[in-house]
Design a protein around this ligand. Structure first.
Ligand SMILES: Nc1nc2c(c(CN[C@H]3C=C[C@H](O)[C@@H]3O)cn2[C@@H]2O[C@H](COP(=O)(O)O)[C@@H](O)[C@H]2O)c(=O)[nH]1
Length: 341
């Protein structure tokens, strides 16, 4: 059976054949120029993963790696049909939305003595227990609760059967290769196989698998078991926020027809042509921004390959999107209910 194209090659193929989404090379260059001075700030550095985000683990322990695995197994589909009615979680007096509501619920459970990050617990956790752990502080429940329960049981069982219940064991088996870890995740954890068919080609995005490698690198601070010498081989993580910010920054464009569908709140199916083009062009667009950024420094005689990569660009753009929610409200994000992102 023909293999799936890896994410970067998939992205190039999709961008070259895309009808409703286009990457603006000039726009990508301008974004790179606008990021030039940001590269050396905390918002662009690996340290920002902990220093800028209070809900993230602050240690580099085995438990912190287990936290990352659990959260990235559930790191999908937080968007709500109506902005004013959404899933929120209150934790230590603060309300969290979106991805951060997931982290808040996990930390709330841990504070309540529920060992939610332990494989022996989530391998057999019941649907009712999952509903309690991820209960909402509004009328709106967390989306896809049944799917979350299923992937928890599935992933916990695999961790117990193949890795002694510890994701750190899986990380150690990768021997410092991000690509090896990515493939161990894809081979063993079915819910991470984020793939599609586009123009008769089998393409991949592997958003959760790649962000799991990236967040493992971040929580281990790029050291010890987390010192991946090929971390730059990862692409950005094709979610529903990065495309929004790329269009906002004019590095990517939608056709009038697609913009109309998005504005009408069309809910697409995972694998639809429009969804594949949005996700593939986002990955390709960010690869160009990275390339231009590196070239800008090269012209100044600086080799920044250990400071500029798709992971750090992604984290920066994703945080930017959260901080500029108001300014970006006229740029719709594509709505798909999926366990992949
Ligand atoms: N491309 C990309 N997508 C990311 C993340 C993260 C969280 N990572 C942060 C955590 C620690 C690091 O510091 C990262 O900053 C979540 N998501 C996706 O976004 C969507 C949720 O959006 P909203 O509804 O607005 O919360 C959903 O698809 C979720 O899967 C990222 O980093 N990159």
């Amino acid at each position: 059976m023909e293999a799936f194209l890896p994410p970067l090659e998939s992205a190039k193929f999709i961008a070259d054949n895309s009808k409703d989404v286009s990457v603006d090379e000039e726009g990508a260059r301008r974004v790179a120029e606008s990021l030039f001075d940001k590269v050396s700030t905390a918002e662009f550095g690996l340290e920002g993963w902990k220093s800028l985000h209070e809900l993230n683990p602050q240690s580099a322990s085995k438990e912190a790696v287990a936290w990352v695995f659990l959260v990235d197994t559930l790191n999908f589909s937080f968007w709500s049909e109506r902005e004013e009615q959404k899933y929120l979680v209150k934790y230590k007096g603060k309300m969290y939305s979106g991805y951060w509501s997931l982290c808040a619920a996990v930390n709330r459970a841990l504070d309540d003595g529920i060992p939610i990050t332990s494989a022996s617990y989530f391998a057999t956790v019941t649907l009712d227990q999952v509903k309690h752990i991820f209960r909402s502080d509004t009328e709106v429940p967390i989306p896809l609760i049944e799917e979350r329960h299923r992937v928890l049981n599935e992933s916990g069982t695999v961790l117990l059967e193949k890795f002694g219940g510890s994701f750190l064991t899986c990380v150690k088996m990768s021997k410092g290769s991000a690509q090896k870890l990515l493939h161990l995740i894809l081979e063993n954890f079915p819910s991470y196989r984020d793939e599609a068919v586009y123009e008769k080609k089998k393409v991949s995005f592997y958003k959760r698998a790649q962000i799991l490698v990236a967040d493992t690198w971040s929580v281990l601070e790029g050291r010890g078991d987390g010192s991946f010498e090929d971390i730059s081989s990862l692409t950005i993580f094709a979610d529903y926020r990065i495309p929004q910010v790329l269009v906002h920054l004019k590095a990517m464009k939608y056709s009038e027809e697609l913009m109309k569908k998005l504005r009408e709140g069309t809910v697409f199916q995972s694998g639809d042509k429009e969804e594949v083009e949005i996700r593939g062009c986002s990955i390709w667009c960010c690869a160009l921004i990275c390339k231009h950024l590196l070239e800008l420094y090269e012209k100044r005689g600086q080799d920044m390959r250990d400071k500029i990569n798709a992971v750090l660009l992604d984290y920066y753009l994703w945080d930017y999107a959260r901080e500029h929610r108001e300014e970006m409200k006229d740029i719709p994000f594509h709505q798909v209910r999926s366990i992949y992102y």
